[in-house]
Design a protein around this ligand. Sequence first.
Ligand SMILES: *Cc1c(COP(=O)(O)O)cnc(C)c1O
Length: 421
Amino acid sequence: MSETVSQSQLNSTLGSGLDVDAVRRDFPILDIQVGKKPLVYLDSAATAQKPQQVTDTIQRYYMMQNANIHRGVHYLSQSATDAYEESRRKIATFFNAATPDEIVFVRGTTEAINLVAQTWGRTNIKKDDEILISELEHHANIVPWQILCEEKGARLKVIPIDDRGRLKLDAFEKLLTSATRLLAITHISNAIGTVNPIREMIRRAHALDIPVLIDGAQSAPHLPIDLQALDCDFYVCSGHKLYGPTGIGILYAKYTILKSMPPYQGGGDMIQTVTFEKTTYKAPPERFEAGTPNIAGVVGLGAAIDYVQNLGRDRIARHETDLIAYAEDRLATVPGLKLIGSPETRAGALSFVIDGAHPHDIGTILDSEGIAIRAGHHCAQPLMRRLGLPSTARASFACYNTHEEIDALEKAARKVQKLFN
Ligand SMILES: *Cc1c(COP(=O)(O)O)cnc(C)c1O
């Protein structure tokens, strides 16, 4: 598909232009020692580290600005409200939404998908309707739809992958039918790093008037995202994977869709008037932000967006593409090590297994070398089943990782291989 850029094309871009030494100085945690070894953090797909610009902003917020928003007439409340809404505007610009009113603050990707399932889904999904997902999904983009399907008597359909870990697009075409009411797919697989050709998939779904939700938990940190160009109907992501704090994430939806959706939770801040007989609701995004929100989280996420903008998303993407290609090359030289999947375009993460070693043992031995990776099913049990593996070891990358860290990973993987063979 046309948008798919091959890894080698990306690799040929010489030098990312990112000053990684300077970047690393923004992340004090990267200087800690694990035992006597320097920390090598290769688990950013689980959560990214936070630059000091983000932690300082959060601290400053609590020290100088803390108040509840949208309520008080006093100075601090106005200041906190301004900071909160300023973040919403930044995020809308960052993702090129049509208006800040299309950005709803939630706890993270998981809550965003549950919100869509419980509001849009409950209103629009009926008996015998089909919701289309893929074998690459995180549990967060499976279970909320299963709950909805069970309640409504609807069916969950699954786009299969091939042995290289790519979606089978011919099967996708066949699964798009007059019964399909929603396509909900991940942009990038958190377990094996496949980048899906979502632009083309959105186009094909829209040709049949099928709305599309993109799970952007892994794409927001790694790729420049232009929501108006993508034209997806929903896009969801988590702040903590984007160098921001935990407990904050966003739901983007086209405004006409948001306006048609009933509330998710009821309470303060989302109402226009309340009587015991009837309550009327505010317009989106407030309609979906009941109660006191994670104000410090929103402000911190705004600082994370500034940070990424300053580094430059293209530069970050080039640097990470280079790291992934280098890691693929180095790990391929380790005897008995098998990389899982071989998509043309991989971003963020790669998974591997080593003959004779359980992935949990790989994780433990790497930890003794100061290297943090993830071992397990990566919240993608159906994908593991499809791959015929109980679990994998996953290394994932961010703007602050270096070639030397990948050399350390390779060396430790060789050690594992020797120990178990
Ligand atoms: C991490 C992740 C999620 C879940 O995100 P939370 O922040 O835990 O809500 C969903 N989908 C993908 C692809 C992920 O990587």
